[in-house]
Every structure is written in C-alpha cells, then in structure tokens.
Design a protein around this ligand. Structure first.
Ligand code: 9PG
Length: 794
C-alpha cells in the first residue's frame, strides 16, 4: 500500500507508510509536510526504537462512524515486527475542526519492553530529542515542514504549563521560556521535560497553540486526555517553518509480554484568531473525552491562608465565621475553608495542633451550624523527611530514578518527599483520609494540594504504570470516596489529570498582597519569578486559561484580597484583581480578616456577588503573556450590553483608548458607557472611547452598549454585571417601570439614559435624587430592598 488518506471539510491527511511520514493541510491555511511518528523503547539488552516506518503494515479502515466527537472518518494501520505490534489510528472529525490520532505499542515478545516515549509528531529541523532528528542527522529523509500560512508572518506560541501553578501564556520568538532561578528548591514542573534556554524555544504540556499574528490564524496541538501518559510539546519558532515535537512520555514503564500501551488521542485544531472562541472545539472535545459532567456553580467563600498562613488558630476561624454570618446581607459567602496550619504535624491531616483545641469535627459542625459549607485543605501526596509517615512507612516514599527519595521541592523550608501513589497501602491510606474528612468530620469542600508530588520521576511499586496512569487511578479513588456531594478542588495539580475528577481547579500560582513577587522584604531577585506568589502572576494565568472554565471544571483563580491595610496592593491593583477574577466567572474566595475590612472594601466585595455566569473572552491571550483585552457579553431584562476591561500591566499610568468595535460591539454612531469603579458614565460619539489614563497595574472596566435613543440602564455599583440587578424593564410613553433585585438589600449608584429630563423618580414609592451628567445621562442614588420597584417619568 503506498498511501492512506482521510478527508474532511477541515483537513486533508495523507500518510505514506513506506516513508513513515504524513502530510496534513488545513482549510485554515496551515500545512504540515513530512511529519514523522516514532517510539523510543528499550529491552534489557538495549535500544529498540521504532523510527516510524510502516511499510508492510496491514490497513484497517472502518470508514465513517460515530464517536464521542461527532461523526468521524477513521483509518488505521497495524504492523508487527521484532516482538512489537504497532498500531497507528487516525480520525478526521466531520463536524468540527479536529484531527485525531493515537499510537499503540503491544509487546508480542517474551521479554519486558521499557517505553521512553511515543513520538506523535516530529517536524522541522529542530524537532529535538526524537528519533526523527537523529534520523535526519544521519541523512535519512527530510526533516519536514510546518507552516501556519503560505507567507508566514509574525509568530507566537501559547504554552500551557504542566500543573496549576505553572506559567501559561503566549511567547514570541525573542522571548525565553519562563523558568525559575530557584532551581530544585522550587516545586518541580514536569520533571521529565527538558526546558531549553534558547530564545524562541518553548515547551508546553497537554496543549500548545502556534499562532501567526499577522494572518490571524494558528494551529493548536494537544492531547484530549492525560490518562495514559503526559503529553508534551516542544517548539522552535523559526521562520518560515517551525519545528515541533509532540510526544507522549513513557516514563520508562515496563510493558510486560502480551500487554500494550495506547496513547491518549493527540489532536490538531485550526485556530481562527479573530473567532469568538478560538479554542472551543479542542476545549469541548477534552471535556467530552474526560466525561466531565454538568459541573457545579462557582464556589463563593472564605479561606484562611492568605491572612493567617501557617499561624492560623481556631479563634481566627471562629471570629471570621461570626463576622461572615453578620455580614451575610452584604457579602453572602457560602464556603468556609480552613487551610494549611491546623495540623498536629506534617502529613497528619486529621490531628490538630494546640491552636485548634476543639479538633476538626466540632469545627466543621460550628461552620455548618452557622449556615456555611465547611472546607478543609489537605496535601495527601507530599510529606517531610522527618514526618511520622516517613518514619513509619519508608516504603510509601517515592524513590527517585537514581536511588534515594525523589525531591518534591522545598516546601515550607524542608526538602519534601512525594508518596508512591501506586502503593496499595498509600491508596488505602488516602481513601481513609478522604472518608474521615468528608463522611466523618463533615467537610463538604476539600482543597487537595501539592498533587504534583504524586507524579515525580521515580521507581514505583507498580512499574507498569506511567505517572499519568498512577495519578489518574488515585484521583478517581478520591473522587469515588468523596462522593458527588463533596466539592473537590485541585491545587498544584497536573492539569490534565484533574479533568473529570475535580469540580474546581486552581489554574495559577498563589496570590499575595503584592503586585510583583516579593520575598523576605525584597523584590529585586524575585521579581522575574514566573510562578512566585503575586497578583501579576495570578492575573496572567487567569487570563491565559480562561477557555478552560466551565468546560473542564470551574476555574479557581485563587483567592481575592480586598483588604485596605496589611497589604502593598494599591486600590487600582485590588480593582484589577477583583475585575479579572470576577469576569473569569470562576471561584470567588476571599482571604482577608473580615473583622477589619473597611466599609468601602466590603462594598467592593459585595458587588462581585453573586458571581458572573459564562466565561470572558481574552482577545489577546494567544498573542502575549500580558493579555489586556477582556470582554464578557451580558443580556437580561435591561437588554444586551458588553463588559469591557483593559488592563495596564505597566508600572506607570497609561492612556489606553478603547476601540469598541475591536471589543466586539456593533458599529454605531453613539455608545453609552458606565465605569463603576470610577463612578461615572457618559455618551461617546464613535467607537473610540477615550477615558482618563489607567493607573499603574490598574484596569479600565466599563459597561457599553450602542445608544438607541430609548431609555437605557447603563450600569451601577450594585453588581459587577452592570445590569443583572434589573429584573424587569417596561417603558410606557414617557414612563419607565423597572424591577430591581440582586436577592438582598443593597445601596449604590446607578446610571440611566433618558430621552428627557426626569420629572419624577421613585424607588418603592420614595423619591430618588437624579443628578444630570449631561447628554441625557442621569445618576441615581438608590437603596434597593430584596426586591424594589423603580419608576421614572420624564
Ligand atoms: C498552603 C498553601 C496554600 C496555597 C497553595 C499552596 O513551594 N512552596 O513552599 C509552596 C508553599 C505554599 C504553596 C505553594 C508552594 O501554596 O497554593 O493556596 O494552600 O499551599 O501551604
């Protein structure tokens, strides 16, 4: 057979088995030529790589068939040789712009085979590390080419980081892959992935997107799941052709005679950079592939960590609990979560220290009695060298590849250890931990942290399981034990392993009361750290990983800090954090001492509740690591409007006009806008909105709608949505009747546009002062009840 082809409206794919090379052209303009497959394997006798050749393979073609991703055209090849059976399968989705493939290796010999990597795609001169480059170096065949456009323009690459805290964002050819300067002291990223120090050379985990900024097009390369192996990409941004290697990490696992390993599906998706939701096809396919259910509503609550850290006491929790109960009408929180610091000793998550004399179960009871959901932090897969667990169960500690315990990073000033999560006793121990916390103590919200410690490189009790399989098994055990009623939040978690397991997932590093990273009073050394606690690093990841929200899980952006003292954050920085967290639609967890919050900051927090539905679009997320253009459409009784935010990442104020058509508004001669942080509103002529300069690290956040000459609700300080408080809106002649409610009483300012000067404005029958702002805009001071009636006559 000399070629195998698959066609869809989106792709045309040709594989030449004899050369072991394939081509793919996308209707979007992207083109891959002469890409290679391969595998790196060993036996105890030496290497036995497969360099992708498939000559003599038996073809099997099931034609067109249904799949979890709509109808597909399917074809595959099977080849047996040298004790190995290789299966390569390909699927062109007919209803969505996805092309899928996977590889399977079966050991048909009588000896153990060790798998180092499965090479899904190698193209370009620098598809480093793989069999193809070695083969190319030996003069065999061409290295292949990858082009996003016939006439390549300005290129960037979006990289997804390995775990919750890892960097995510777009980088250009002149940039370096962000990396820590703290070496092995910091928690490891995917320890099996080499990171280049060259400019324009990047790695990505699970997925990455190569983008041609000039031609507004791109291609996503990724894996639909991470259940079999961790899937990794490395890329070099050269023009005109890029180099890309996409591989499944085999971790050196043993494939026993008769056993096989099949990769997760690899995937290509064409990307229209100016489309409304450029990565939607991939993001939805991942959710479907991992069986993600209906999902939970975004958790709203309080967490002890960013105020009290390890010194937290029962009294701190109880004081905040009483305060939260008292403030319920202003800030209706639901979850009350105790973080790290309560434990009697390292890795003993059910025994409390003397700052918690009452113990965990009574505390959960108190929280419940006050009407909140009790939440607890635990880090089940990490421990300290001297912990009781390490001493009593040395066999539970994961051994590194070169002997000695594997390093889980220097957390809390000790070189911590990871557990061997394939060990049956570790699994049973974990099951007991979850059972006790949820079913015995009554914690219905668990934040499970430092989960990467379960996938360190090392020699496992079960050598036939990849790191991805090991984590997958224990996370599903946790999910099953916790039962569906408990909300599970992943943290420090390899991202792909959490899909279909966690209700919410931390998608960035820790927040801190500082914009730039800072440690021991110094910013100098720590400022460039890409994953060190700081608002800057949090915002970057929240914006980069926005498309995951409400598909894979609820995004947890990490806590919001609104405190006015004991912080280095300026009011503008707090507003940036509040605006981005809020527009993300993800979890909203405050981590301040509620008893000392000023009235102003309580009012700010109150605006954010309930959380916004949907997910914002970040227009420049695939083009820069400091994205600054955020849009979230709204509709309701008040009509249709758009929330637009523009961030200023600079250390000094900047005037940044907003081009409303660029932000997705329809062209209109006039627009109405309202800026609730600045408490002002107005009418703009033409689509360019010129507002005062944005402070350093601040945000310009406006609600905008085309002006139609009809009475309009423009925005308010009642709720961040700028209009969801309006439950009914009826205009009769020169009278307006509106129902206002956010489910609780609230005081604030609102802006309306009226066709004439108001003769009478009343809320629940009481007169309201309307201040003219010019051009038909009026500001109203209002205090709504749980439900209120606004009438205006002009
Ligand atoms: C509790 C915290 C909070 C926080 C988590 C996680 O490398 N380190 O020393 C290190 C310490 C803390 C940390 C991450 C790394 O933060 O993200 O929300 O729960 O643990 O210890």
């Amino acid at each position: 057979m000399n070629s195998l082809s698959l066609e869809s409206d989106f792709y045309s794919f040709h594989l030449r088995p004899d050369e072991g090379a394939w081509d793919l052209s996308a209707a979007g303009g992207g083109r891959i030529e002469h890409a290679r497959l391969g595998a790196r394997l060993r036996t105890h006798r030496g290497e036995m790589d497969w360099v992708g050749g498939l000559s003599g393979a038996e073809a099997f073609d099931r034609g067109k068939e249904p799949s979890g991703h709509g109808a597909v055209r399917y074809a595959g090849l099977r080849l047996s040789r040298d004790g190995l059976e290789v299966v390569a399968e390909f699927e062109a989705c007919l209803e969505r712009p996805l092309f899928l493939w996977r590889l399977s290796m079966k050991n048909v010999s009588d000896q153990e085979i060790m798998l180092d990597s499965l090479e899904m795609l190698q193209v370009g001169p620098a598809a480093c590390g793989g069999a193809a480059s070695r083969r190319a170096a030996e003069g065999e065949g061409t290295p292949g080419t990858l082009r996003l456009h016939a006439d390549p323009g300005d290129i960037s690459f979006f990289t997804n980081g390995f775990q919750s805290w890892s960097f995510a964002g777009a980088l250009g050819p002149d940039q370096h892959m962000p990396r820590t300067r703290l070496g092995p002291i910091l928690w490891p990223e995917n320890p099996a992935t080499p990171v280049s120090r060259r400019r324009g050379e990047f790695v990505a985990h699970m997925f990455g997107v190569a983008v041609d900024r000039a031609h507004r097009t791109g291609m996503l390369f990724g894996f639909l799941s991470q259940r079999a192996t961790y899937g990794t990409l490395s890329v070099r941004l050269d023009r005109p052709a890029l180099s890309l290697r996409m591989w499944a990490q085999g971790d050196g696992v043993v494939i026993l005679p008769g056993q096989s390993l099949t990769t997760d599906w690899a995937c290509i998706q064409s990307v229209d950079l100016d489309g409304p939701d450029p990565l939607a096809a991939y993001m939805d396919a991942v959710a479907a592939e991992n069986g993600v259910g209906a999902g939970v509503v975004s958790p709203v609550g309080w967490c002890s960590w960013y105020k009290y850290m390890k010194a937290v006491s029962q009294q701190d929790v109880e004081m905040n609990l009483a305060c939260a109960a008292g403030l319920r009408d202003q800030i209706p929180l639901s979850v009350f979560q105790l973080d790290d610091g309560y434990q009697a000793a390292q890795a003993e998550f059910l025994e409390t220290n003397d700052r918690f004399p009452g113990g965990l179960k009574p505390l959960a009871g108190r929280i419940s009695d006050e009407g909140f959901v009790p939440g607890l932090w635990m880090a089940p897969f990490i421990t300290a060298p001297k912990s009781a667990l390490s001493r009593h169960h040395p066999g539970w500690i994961l051994q590194g590849p070169r002997g000695g315990p594997a390093n889980a990073g220097s957390t809390w000033a000790v070189l911590s250890r990871g557990l061997d999560v394939t060990h049956p006793e570790v699994m049973e121990h974990t099951r007991q931990l979850i059972r006790t916390a949820v079913h015995d103590c009554g914690f219905r919200y668990l934040k499970l942290d430092f989960l990467y410690a379960g996938v360190l490189e090392g020699r496992r009790h079960d050598p036939t399981r990849t790191r991805a399989q090991a984590l997958d098994a224990i996370l599903h055990l946790i999910r099953d034990e916790a039962a569906p009623e408990a909300t599970l939040v992943g943290c420090g978690c390899p991202m792909g392993s959490g899909i279909g397991v966690f209700d919410a997932m931390r998608i960035g590093t820790d927040v801190a009361p500082t914009w730039h990273p800072r440690y021991f009073g110094t910013e100098l050394f720590f400022r460039p750290e890409p994953t060190f606690p700081s608002v800057r690093n949090v915002l970057r990841n929240v914006l980069a990983r926005m498309p995951l929200h409400n598909r894979w899980w609820v995004n947890d952006p990490d806590c919001i800090l609104v405190r006015q003292e004991d912080t280095r954050l300026t009011p503008a920085e707090v507003q940036s954090l509040a605006t981005v967290i809020s527009m993300s639609g993800g979890s909203l967890i405050v981590s301040d001492d509620l008893t000392v919050l000023s009235a102003e900051r309580i009012e700010w927090l109150g605006r954010l509740l309930p959380t916004l539905e949907g997910r914002a679009q970040v227009l420049d997320a695939l083009e820069t690591s400091e994205p600054s253009e955020i849009v979230l459409k709204q509709s309701g009784a008040a009509g249709e409007w758009t929330l637009v935010a523009r961030l200023n990442w600079d250390d000094k104020p900047r005037a940044l006009p907003l081009d409303l058509v660029h932000f997705g508004l329809r062209a209109s001669p006039k627009y109405l806008w309202a800026d609730p942080w600045e408490r002002c509103a107005g009418l703009a002529i033409g689509p360019m909105l010129y507002l005062p300069p944005i402070p350093a690290h601040g945000v310009r956040f406006v609600a905008v709608r085309p002006a139609t000459g009809q009475p309009a609700w423009m925005g308010d300080t009642l709720h961040i949505s700028q209009g969801q408080a309006v439950k009914a809106w009826r205009v009769e002649g020169s009278e307006l009747h509106a129902k206002l409610s956010i489910g609780r009483p609230r005081r604030g300012e609102a802006w309306v546009w009226l066709p004439g000067a108001p003769q009478q404005v009343a809320l629940d029958g009481k007169p309201v002062l309307a201040r003219a702002q010019g051009y038909g805009v009026f500001a109203l001071e209002i205090a709504t009840q749980k439900e209120s009636e606004l009438t205006i006559r002009w």
